[in-house]
Design a protein around this ligand. Structure first.
Ligand SMILES: [Fe+2]
Length: 236
């Protein structure tokens, strides 16, 4: 099994060679990928997955953002609405000439990985997935969100003192905020980011957030800039 992991990482690195690692956007997504891999393995362990399923979890994470590299190269943006849906394109890249076979051969496993790549960035997971496809889609979504929560939006640099109402509403309703392309102030971006916790599926995901102090860090930043009344409003 060790060998499979090694071969898959080599294959992934071979794919990445087509892109410019000196471009910050490319290297950012490359390192994000491997942090997501670590979270996926951590969750897999906590769920007592067997060796084969742990390897599937690893591949779902390794390949989840494969569409991002093409996106940066062709559009120089991570904004899907201005380019393409990077989950859908990742799915297509893996299907093209059966490229996914370079990572795994078993048909059922391939389907699980394809579905989880396609679904990782959607507001909601599609209906009609089978039990395993759904499980691994959730696993990669959690792993991805943990890294985004950790790495993105941890500072307020624009002196924002307010949080947009529609984002507070999503937070209070315990749901993800649907991205709409509107430019938000930093405080609002932090709350948008915090909404991710309402779309986590595994107990271990919450433990990781807690262990790393990720949520407290964000709340502290907010508390330094936003009035107590506003904080109270969405903390309640
Ligand atoms: Fe992604």
């Amino acid at each position: 099994m060790e060998n499979e992991y090694k071969k898959s990482i080599e294959e992934f690195n071979k794919y990445i060679k087509k892109f410019d690692m000196s471009n910050d956007k490319v290297s950012h997504k490359y390192y994000h990928t491997f942090r997501v891999v670590d979270y996926a393995k951590d969750i897999a362990k906590s769920e007592n997955l067997n060796k084969q399923d742990t390897y599937i979890a690893f591949l779902c994470a390794l390949l989840h953002d494969i569409g991002r590299f093409k996106q940066v190269k062709e559009y120089d943006t991570f904004y899907d609405k201005k380019s393409f849906d990077h989950g859908d394109v990742g799915y297509e890249i893996l299907l093209e000439n059966d490229y996914i076979s370079k990572y795994i051969q078993d048909q059922e496993s391939k389907q699980i990985i394809l579905k989880s790549v396609k679904n990782h960035n959607k507001y909601k997971i599609e209906d009609n997935l089978n039990e395993k496809e759904l499980f691994f889609s959730k696993l990669v979504r959690d792993s991805d969100k943990i890294d985004i929560l950790d790495k993105q939006k941890n500072e307020i640099n624009d002196n924002s003192t307010t949080i947009d109402e529609d984002v507070i509403k999503a937070y209070k309703e315990h749901r993800l905020f649907k991205r709409d392309g509107t430019k938000r102030n930093d405080a609002t971006e932090i709350v948008k980011n915090l909404c991710f916790i309402y779309d986590l599926n595994f107990k271990r995901s919450f433990e990781i957030l807690k262990e790393k102090g990720i949520i407290d860090r964000k709340l502290n930043v907010l508390k330094q800039h936003i009035s107590k009344e506003t904080i109270d409003m969405f903390e309640r």
